[in-house]
Each structure stands twice: as C-alpha cells, then as structure tokens.
Write a protein that binds this ligand. Structure first.
Ligand code: ZN
Length: 174
C-alpha cells in the first residue's frame, strides 16, 4: 500500500527507530508499504521513519544499479560497519520535495543487515560504492533520526531551508 510520506519538519523524522526483533506480519507489511511508496514516488530509497513507523527497516531501489527495473531491496537492522574515501554528489529526499544539494559522504560503505528475501531474513554484508553507497548511508541516517540537511553548515542550512519553504509556499498558493 502506498503510504503518505512524512515531510520535514514532521517530528518522526528526528526519532531513532528501534531494531526489528522478529519477522512478523507488521514487519512484512511495513516492507511492502516501503517498496510500494518508494516506487510511487520514484525514490531511490525510503526509510520506515518517512512513512511514520519507528522500526529499523529501509528500502532501496536496487534496479537503478542493476538495470533490473523492478528490483527493490529491503534491509532490516542495517548498519554501516566500515566506510572509506570521499564523494560529493547531489542528494534529494522524499521528505524534502524539491530540495537538492551536494552532500559529501564516504565513497565506499560496508553495510551489515538482514535482507528480506522471499519472506525470510538473510544476513548480508554489502560492499557498496558511489550512488548505491550514498543511498544506503542516506537511508540508514533516517532510521537514526539524521537528515541530509545535517551535513550543511548551519548558515547554509538556514538559507537552504528558507528557500525551500518559500518554494513550497509558492506551490501551495497556485
Ligand atoms: Zn531521505
């Protein structure tokens, strides 16, 4: 089911999500909703916080990297266990529609997680680089209550948020 995406400054975006302890109906439904909502909004990734659920579950549009169009990846309790290098690229976020800016992140990230495959949780260790690493890090930040605007210098953050809110107001008034 496509769910409503929470928009900043919804307080749920600042909460730390709790770990999944068992695979149950709630987690399976959440996983499905994350994927449906991510595809509906053409996002590269989505975290549980963004649809108002505080469980450590993220979805990534893996098709972007594999070329298999409908391929989504659902990771449970993901954590970055190693990172290396540096990479600057433009980022957006479904919780900040229309707000894009450059974010510096490690180029390579090793992520440990339980991957949901055919209704089962499989332990995985993913070594990701470039955009894939960026998406994983962005989504893992979300379940820790961290947002991409946190990487901006305070002055820059205030300016960007002011411009973004102004844009949103314009859109609402037409
Ligand atoms: Zn985001």
């Amino acid at each position: 089911m496509v769910r409503k995406v929470r928009i900043y400054p919804d307080p749920v975006l600042r909460e730390v999500a709790r770990p999944v302890e068992e695979l149950n109906e709630e987690v399976l439904r959440l996983a499905e909703d994350l994927v449906d909502t991510m595809f509906a909004h053409e996002g590269l990734g989505l975290s549980a916080n963004q649809i108002g659920e505080l469980l450590r579950v993220i979805a990534v549009y893996k098709g972007e990297f594999t070329g298999r169009e409908d391929e989504a990846q659902v990771l449970v309790n993901p954590e970055v266990v190693y990172h290396e290098g540096e990479d600057v690229d433009e980022e957006g976020c479904l919780s900040f529609p229309g707000l894009y800016f450059d974010v510096k992140r490690p180029y390579l990230a090793v992520v440990k997680a339980l991957e949901l495959r055919d209704g089962k949780l499989v332990p995985v260790e993913i070594t990701a680089t470039g955009l894939y690493a960026r998406v994983l890090q962005h989504e893992i930040d979300h379940i820790n209550g961290v947002l991409y605007i946190d990487y901006l210098e305070p002055k820059e953050r205030i300016k960007k948020l002011r411009e973004w809110k102004e844009e949103q107001r314009k859109k609402l008034s037409v």
